[in-house]
Design a protein around this ligand. Structure first.
Ligand code: DGL
Length: 275
């Protein structure tokens, strides 16, 4: 872990973090990025705290050893279950000068710009919903907000298995959105609290009321990172800037290349990584 500069690492359990990476490369084109999808162990959303923490820590440690000084957990489940423990307990021991950032706080911070009714919907994995991370963060920011959550356990498997555009996906998307809206009819802002969900956006839009604000995290996280790097020039100095992106997966390289290439609409080079 002795390289002085390195790419910004973006980590997810699978393809979902690509929705964040896409915005990061658009809004910070000069920076180098390293993307890691733990496709061999996806989904994280139905796993226990201990397992998500262990997997995420393994990934973060590996990404540091590959030269990154800054790791973005582009995964709500990992942000909800592992971020705080890694920041408080592991970083001081393994890499006191390196940083790990998550996606939940930046997403919670923008909500009040959009809502008029103060009724917020959160769609996420079982893990994210059960962690109560969103209700807790949102309440910290404004006590007036009322938060309604819906776990969507089938949505990540639909994306990971290439079924995002199939008619079968409609059944599960409609079912979970109807269930969210049945909790309160005045929800006017919905957080896609899982980075896989923007890959289902066209279908999600069909089942939410037209005037409902849908908050996808790519843009939010990119803006928050720009702000972070401005406030932390010492970290900005440690990020290499050649506009290059490298992709790694813990599963089959060809499959990742095909699926990720399809989502990103470009050909990509992918490497295998063992965690
Ligand atoms: N994209 C992740 C998230 O934002 C993944 C969920 C999963 O692996 O279940 O929560």
């Amino acid at each position: 872990m002795n390289s002085t500069k390195g790419p910004i690492a973006v980590f997810d359990s699978g393809y979902g973090g690509l929705t964040v990476l896409q915005e990061l490369t658009k809004q910070l084109p000069q920076y180098d990025f390293l993307y890691l999808g733990d496709n061999a162990r996806t989904p994280y959303g139905t796993r226990s705290f201990e397992v998500v923490y262990k997997y995420t820590l393994e990934a973060v440690t590996k990404l540091f050893s590959m030269g990154s000084h800054l790791v973005i957990l582009a995964c709500n489940t990992a942000s909800a279950k592992a971020l705080r423990s890694i920041q408080q307990h592991n970083l001081p021991l393994i890499a006191p000068d390196r940083r790990v950032l998550g996606v939940i706080r930046p997403s919670a911070e923008v909500v009040s710009q959009y809502t008029k009714t103060n009724k917020i919907g959160v769609l996420g994995t079982v893990g994210t919903v059960q962690s109560l991370s969103y209700p807790l963060e949102l309440k910290k920011l404004s006590y007036d907000l009322e938060v309604f959550q819906e776990a969507c356990p089938m949505w990540v498997p639909l994306v990971e298995n290439g079924e995002a555009e199939s008619s079968g996906a409609d059944y599960f998307i409609k079912k979970n959105i109807d269930s969210l809206l049945s909790q309160n009819k005045d929800i006017d802002t919905v957080i896609l609290g899982c980075t896989h969900y923007p890959l289902l956006l066209d279908k999600i839009k069909q089942y939410l009321p037209q005037d409902c604000h849908i908050l996808a995290q790519g843009d939010i996280v990119a803006k928050s990172l720009i702000d972070y790097l401005k406030r932390h020039p010492e970290m900005d100095d440690k990020c290499t800037k050649n506009g290059k992106v490298k992709f790694y997966t813990t599963e089959n390289v060809e499959k990742f290349k095909q699926t990720a290439g399809y989502f990103l609409k470009q050909d990509i080079d992918v490497n295998f990584l063992e965690l």
